[in-house]
Design a binder for this molecule. Structure first.
Ligand code: T1G
Length: 699
């Protein structure tokens, strides 16, 4: 065989060894599929007694090549390759290391035997892309592991360990030592033992083994939890086919259901997010030769909810943290918050007691700034008061060594003003975490006008170490996410005072796919937080009274949200379930009258378009101003920081799905109707719509 760059085939003693080498994750590109197929065909007639398939680099095949999706199919198809493997007259063994995922694991399931090193993981994560295993994974996994275990593996999409896979009969053995050597020895032993060719497709599923109503219950569960998401419903249909149909018919049914998912907007959105998440970590025009500063120790100023949560991120990554508080009482309180949060994580089974103790041992507290003299990074996480932040940065400038990165967790203060309190503005940067900081994946990295490139590179790099998704933002009020949130909240409040009820607005947004509607979110966070923040703002920054007068009135009535038992809703003290409250209607009517607004019904469609298009329009302005690098970065911010539904792909992806011409037309209508600057259509949006381009084409 003419060895291609991606696939090499060599005889090693009596074993034909196929090596895949397609960095970085051995994705199953057309070259890989072609190379494997040619090797398997050649092996049928050469002197090998068995065929071994393994991969170079850090992992076994991590799936079909997602970059090929949506493009014309290239032969050989994955299905064609798998048929060739399964029908091989000689034993074929897959040797797994790293993460065998998606089509990669489906290829392994088609081999006659599977071995793995103990650190390997296997999985079928297609559902995270709005897909389902489309190359026999649903039919083969259910035959090997049983329908219930297979449905669990496929519907949650999370990888499982080699030992778990062994107990589920998804692999045959776990090898120790060097995988190449051990797997060749394993293949030779199979030959010596005259091991039979085992085709998974020959296994039949005993219908009686399936609990009554199992699939119907799964359908109902998925419909409730993943409203309207096609992939999960189609996955259940695939399991039904595995139970009811002969293998080949089941394979055809799976293929048909897979293609249906592939063609859905939801899958396009989730595939968009997969790449968006990864490209967000890349800073345009940043010289790749720049070396990031190493971060081995961290200081955190302020041990409140945010400071404690931020500290946990670094401790979880094995990085020691010094927490600074104003007095010993503050230090003790801070360490207690951290200990309590770790206790919750342990109780959820996400951390062992030993891991918790190790993390806690990495977090120390003090009132002495001098102890920050040698740290590599300091993150200020005190409350939103600019003067206090400037005072802290002045102190840090005095005590921290040259080269220490000075970061602020501010969610909207001007980074340049904070930096001006130091003699080293090039070392100052924003690192905006989202609450709860030890849970939320998003990290907005905010560059000041003088922030050095290596500081930006360091902040983006340390984000990956603490398992955050970094998005670079320019320095403006609210950066990317909170600036868009301002528009969203402004439209929410306008709809409220003009005629919509809280339950209508929240219902519309929850049907759209938001985990919680904006008013329920306000009640959860506490209406007094916004109230206090507004009191510190100038009238200009506050915006039009209609965008906050209802919230202020509720707070002044003592209705602070869930914590006070009432806000926009009444809350059941036991279940904390929300109930509509006619008294809120009275408050809205009173506030409307004060402002001379005559309330009248607003359609669900208008509520949805006003809230979502306000995000899109603000996002387009952020792009125009260069605050956001890419439209996909804006999607990453709003999905991972604000709960925008993944199956919509983010506000900008959703705009592309609706069509920018239509979005523009509706925004122009809103502008003519409401005449507010918010609704002036962003120039970039209008320009792209005129040229019939999408946001995705813009960057
Ligand atoms: N296709 C193409 N590129 C991929 C890829 C894939 N499957 N997986 C990763 N990459 C790129 C990624 O974009 C990045 O590129 C680089 O590899 C490193 O990735 C028929 C239809 C394997 C756990 O869903 O979960 O098979 O940014 O930064 O953190 O049923 O990548 O460097 O240019 O994520 O070490 C199913 C997706 C596909 C697995 C490694 N498979 N990948 O994580 O590195 S659908 C998946 C991952 C399918 C079949 C169906 C992770 C990883 P760049 P990375 P990592």
């Amino acid at each position: 065989m003419e060895n291609s760059l991606a696939v090499d085939y060599q005889l090693q003693e009596n074993i034909g060894v196929i090596r895949v080498n397609n960095p970085p994750v051995n994705a199953m590109s057309q070259a890989v599929r072609m190379g494997i197929k040619q090797a398997v065909v050649e092996a049928q007639s050469d002197n090998c007694q068995a065929i071994l398939l393994l991969c170079e680099g850090r992992t076994f095949i991590a799936g079909a090549d997602i970059k090929e999706f949506g493009k014309p199919a290239l032969d050989p198809s994955l299905s064609d390759l798998l048929a060739t493997i399964e029908q091989s007259r000689k034993l074929i063994i897959a040797a797994i290391h790293g993460t065998a995922l998606g089509g990669g694991f489906e290829l392994a399931l088609t081999c006659h035997y599977r071995c793995a090193i103990s650190s390997a993981k296997v999985g079928l994560p297609e559902v995270k892309l709005g897909l389902l295993p489309g190359a026999g994974g649903t039919q083969r996994a259910s035959r090997l592991a049983g329908v219930e275990a297979a449905l669990d593996l496929i519907s949650n999409g999370n990888p499982i360990s080699a030992s778990k896979a062994l107990t589920l009969n998804l692999i045959d053995t776990i090898l120790e030592g060097d995988l190449a050597e051990a797997s060749i020895a394993y293949a030779q032993k199979l030959v010596a033992d005259f091991a039979p060719i085992k085709r998974v497709s020959d296994i039949n599923i005993e219908k009686d083994s399936i609990p009554t109503g199992f699939l119907d219950d799964a359908r109902a569960r998925f419909e409730k939890r993943f409203r309207g998401q096609l992939a999960l419903q189609n996955i259940v249909s695939c399991m039904e086919a595995a139970i009811e149909l002969p293998f080949d018919e089941g394979l055809r049914k799976e293929r048909q259901l897979f293609v249906e998912c592939m063609q859905s907007d939801a899958s396009a959105a989730m595939r968009h997010l997969f790449f968006a998440e990864r490209s967000a970590a890349k800073v345009k025009a940043l010289d790749r030769s720049i070396c990031a500063r190493e971060i081995h120790t961290v200081g955190i100023i302020g041990g409140g909810t945010m400071g404690g949560g931020i500290a946990m991120n670094f401790a979880n990554a094995g990085i020691p943290v010094i927490l600074i508080e104003v007095d010993d009482c503050g230090v003790n309180r801070a360490l207690k918050i951290v200990e309590r949060n770790y206790g919750i994580t342990v109780s959820k089974g996400k951390l062992s007691e030993e891991q918790k103790d190790h993390c806690l041992s990495l977090i120390s507290g003090t009132t002495k700034y001098e102890e920050l003299g040698d740290v590599d990074l300091v993150i200020e996480a005190v409350y939103e008061n600019l003067d206090l932040k400037k005072k802290i940065f002045g102190r840090l400038d005095e005590v921290c060594r040259p080269g220490t990165i000075l970061a602020t967790n501010t969610s909207y203060q001007d980074i340049d003003l904070i930096a001006s309190a130091t003699g080293r503005p090039e070392d100052v940067i924003g690192m905006h975490f989202f609450s709860p900081a030890n849970v939320m994946k998003l990290l907005e990295v905010v560059r000041g006008s003088k922030t050095a490139d290596d500081v930006i590179s360091s902040a983006m790099g340390v984000a990956k170490i603490i398992k955050k998704i970094p998005v670079l933002s320019g320095n403006c009020y609210g950066f990317i996410g909170n600036r868009m949130l301002r528009s969203y909240v402004s439209e929410t409040q306008s709809c409220l005072i003009e005629g919509a009820a809280p339950e209508q607005i929240d219902g519309v947004m929850e049907n759209f796919g938001m985990a919680m509607g904006p008013l329920a979110v306000g009640d959860l966070a506490g209406l007094d937080i916004g109230y206090t923040a507004r009191k510190a703002l100038s009238q200009e920054k506050k915006g039009a009274p209609k965008t906050y007068c209802i919230a202020d009135a509720l707070v002044e009535m003592g209705r602070l949200g869930q914590k006070s038992g009432s806000g926009y809703y009444l809350y059941d003290p036991e279940t904390r379930g929300r109930m509509n409250d006619p008294e809120v209607l009275t408050v809205m009517q009173q506030q409307a009258e004060k402002l001379g607004i005559i309330r009248k019904p607003i359609s669900d469609e208008d509520v949805l378009n006003r809230l979502v298009f306000s995000l899109i329009n603000e996002g387009a302005k952020l792009l125009e101003e260069g605050i956001a690098q890419r439209s996909s970065d804006i999607d990453v911010v709003y999905v991972f920081g604000y709960g925008f539904p993944k199956f919509r792909g983010g506000p900008m992806q959703y705009a592309d799905t609706v069509g920018l011409k239509k979005v523009c037309h509706i925004i122009d209508e809103f502008y003519n109707q409401y005449e507010t600057p918010n609704w002036e259509c962003a120039r970039l949006l209008k320009s792209l719509a005129t040229k019939e381009l999408n946001f995705s084409a813009y960057t």
